[in-house]
Design a protein around this ligand. Structure first.
Ligand code: ZN
Length: 246
């Protein structure tokens, strides 16, 4: 079985459609690690696509806030403005869909997906030090997560935790085979708002028979999303950060 793993799409339709064209024919099922909405101007389009196409979806913190399940105060000012804009502009049936999304971790084939960490959906795992204590909460030897918007992840072997890097800027993908005696927590990276200094949309593919992971990056028209951000009256900084991958 081949999976397409998407995280942190954040209402960026142009990034999502570019990823889908890039991955076409290379997967059987789609999994989504949360944060369908927030920051960017296409929440209905993205949510409708996810609800009709993805096989397994869990919620992210932005989905929870937009669905009214969590208070806005936790967000910084720009994220708050974007969340309010999303609540006012999204169709109610799509907000209902977000409200009903389950928290992670959720079980896919012989692996799990979550938003933040396997022990807390809001926890950030941005480095090996933060990730190390979370390995104890795994129920499978592989987990895909999101939330940090940093592609890559962590591997634990004989109590040693190593960081797995994002795809290099000059390359389009990195492919590796999972080892038997190792635990993995992998981040596909963010489709709609990468923050690792690479503006290209990020995603992952996982092939279960050979246990092959492909991390990939693809250039999408971020300037077009920035234009829609401006036209929607969202903070311009949200368009600028997309064009820098920050
Ligand atoms: Zn996010």
């Amino acid at each position: 079985m081949r999976f397409l793993i998407l995280a942190d799409i954040h209402a960026n339709w142009y990034a999502l459609e570019t990823v889908l064209a890039d991955a076409e024919g290379q997967y059987d099922q789609i999994l989504c690690c949360g944060d369908l909405v927030g920051y960017n101007p296409h929440p209905d389009r993205v949510t409708e696509w996810v609800r009709s196409q993805a096989h397994l979806v869990i919620r992210g913190n932005h989905d929870r806030v937009v669905a009214g399940l969590e208070h806005l105060d936790w967000f910084n000012e720009v994220a708050q403005v974007a969340a309010r804009w999303t609540m006012h502009h999204m169709q109610s049936h799509n907000i209902e869909y977000l409200r009903a999304l389950p928290p992670g971790p959720a079980q896919a084939a012989a692996f799990e997906i979550c938003h933040g960490s396997p022990r807390d959906e809001d926890e950030y795992m941005t480095n090996a030090h933060e990730a190390a204590p979370c390995f104890a909460s795994l129920t499978e030897n592989l987990l895909f997560f999101g939330h940090s918007h940093l592609q890559g992840g962590f591997a634990q072997r004989r109590n040693k935790v190593l960081a797995i890097p994002a795809v290099r800027k000059k390359e389009r993908e990195s492919i590796f085979q999972l080892e038997v005696d190792t635990l993995y927590m992998l981040n596909a990276g963010s489709v709609g708002q990468p923050r690792d200094g690479d503006l290209r949309a990020a995603y992952a593919l996982y092939e279960t028979d050979q246990r092959l992971v492909t991390l990939r990056r693809v250039l999408y028209p971020a300037a077009k999303t920035a234009e829609d951000i401006r036209a929607a009256g969202l903070p311009e900084i949200l368009g600028l950060r997309l064009q820098q991958g920050l």
